[in-house]
Design a protein around this ligand. Sequence first.
Ligand code: IPD
Ligand code: CA
Ligand code: CA
Length: 265
Amino acid sequence: MNPTTNIAVRAARQAGNVIMRSFTRLDSLTVSEKQVNDYVSEVDRNAEQAIIDTLRRAYPGHSILAEESGTHGKDDFQWIVDPLDGTTNYLHGFPQFAISIALMHRGRLESAVVYDPLRDEMFTADRGGGALLNDRRLRVTEQKTLKGALLGTGIPFRDQRYIDAYLGMLKDLTKETAGIRRPGSAALDFAYVAAGRLDGFWELGLSIWDFAAGALLVQEAGGVVSDIGGGSRHLETGNVITANIRLHREMADVIRPHLPSDLRA
Ligand code: IPD
Ligand code: CA
Ligand code: CA
């Protein structure tokens, strides 16, 4: 494992401790609404601080983009941090949330860590070095058809601009597949595609910290990630499809007719 990935693992474990300490006293947390349906608690902030402290100690010159505190420093190396992905789940005691940490060098993903502290599942990837769940090597599924496929998704809950287009995609993919899941943590959704637990996943309107690590996990597990319109600007647009290459094409064919003109590649 690359030294940078190792440091990210250490940072993720520290954040995991912060998150799990408070999981038994959710009623006493102070929660605020950043924007409609977008909640943040002191746990998100404390977990983020723990990650930043660890990354800073190891790599004082690197830049950090973190969901709750924004950009720290300027450098060719940039860490992308989501200290708690799935905050709404967490605050409800719904057991699906994770920590996501990625390292980019001049816009190229180098290291990825997605950590599920409840199940103690550490998903890691180094560019060119494959993806792991704890010590086990990961591979996306070989599911070639929508028939029989299990897909993950995210239902729009903040920005409702594309809700009708989204519901059209959901309807058609529901008819064609074995089932659709909305677990509520995009970072883990990507990790599950990498691990072959989901055959594919799509969502509109993600932020880069939700899936930068997840994207490298899937790529290193042999899968593809693209913008929902088919291009490669997914990290900028936040509109994504991911699966193995065959299923990705099948999903894109069903999704395409529902895309509003501004989401086409
Ligand atoms: C959210 C989760 C969710 C996705 C949202 C994200 P947060 O992240 O990844 O699955 O649907 O778009 O914002 O706010 O819990 O860190
Ligand atoms: Ca997130
Ligand atoms: Ca978050």
